[in-house]
Design a protein around this ligand. Structure first.
Ligand SMILES: [Fe+2]
Ligand SMILES: [Fe+2]
Length: 194
């Protein structure tokens, strides 16, 4: 898609729109659950947020219509926030049908959501769950989810740079990595340009 959508620029925007979620301990739990193949739910969700943002920016440019990119990123990050390993835990019914509702309940409990973010999470399995998205933002995440799932199934590397940068942000903001030579970083360390 050209130089405009460099991984650096997309990752920077993704982080600035979703950092409260990305840096939370609750959200970090997604790293412990597997989604497709060797991809964790965290990696998958970051990929979906990244491609949703790319689709949204592209549509904004082509349609001349402003989209709610913050809701897109936040909804995409939380669309699979079901918090269990669906490969081994079968107590939730048919995962494909039930996990959007479970993700929404968990996300509503742990974060402040708006109506667009709720619609994104609830409708991302359309058309398997035959209730269509109400917002264009939800349709974008629905498409990005399918694109990322396809890439992950075929083991294509679509987001390792973004995941690496977000992990670095988390480590710096939690004092696990220090920038510079034994310099104590201020509380805003996670905001520094890295
Ligand atoms: Fe899902
Ligand atoms: Fe997904």
């Amino acid at each position: 898609m050209g130089d405009f959508y460099t991984d650096y620029r997309i990752t920077k925007e993704l982080y600035s729109l979703g950092k409260d979620i990305i840096l939370s301990e609750e959200y970090q739990r997604l790293k412990t659950y597997t989604q497709h193949g060797t991809t964790s739910v965290f990696e998958h969700s970051v990929s979906v947020a990244k491609y949703s943002l790319i689709f949204a920016l592209s549509l904004e440019m082509r349609l001349g219509k402003k989209l709610d990119k913050k809701s897109i990123v936040r909804g995409a990050l939380l669309h699979d926030y079901f918090l269990y390993d669906w490969h081994v835990d079968h107590s939730h019914g048919l995962h494909g049908f039930t996990h959007p509702k479970t993700a929404l309940i968990n996300a509503d409990r742990d974060f402040e959501l708006n109506d667009i973010e709720r619609d994104i999470i609830k409708k991302h399995m359309f058309p398997l769950i035959p209730v269509p998205p109400v917002h264009l933002e939800s349709a974008i995440v629905c498409m990005a989810d399918k694109w990322c799932a396809t890439c992950e199934t075929f083991k294509m590397d679509i987001s390792s740079y973004t995941v690496y940068r977000l992990n670095l942000r988390y480590d710096i903001s939690h004092g696990l990595i220090k920038i510079g030579n034994n310099i104590d970083m201020p509380d805003t360390a996670g905001e520094t340009q890295i």
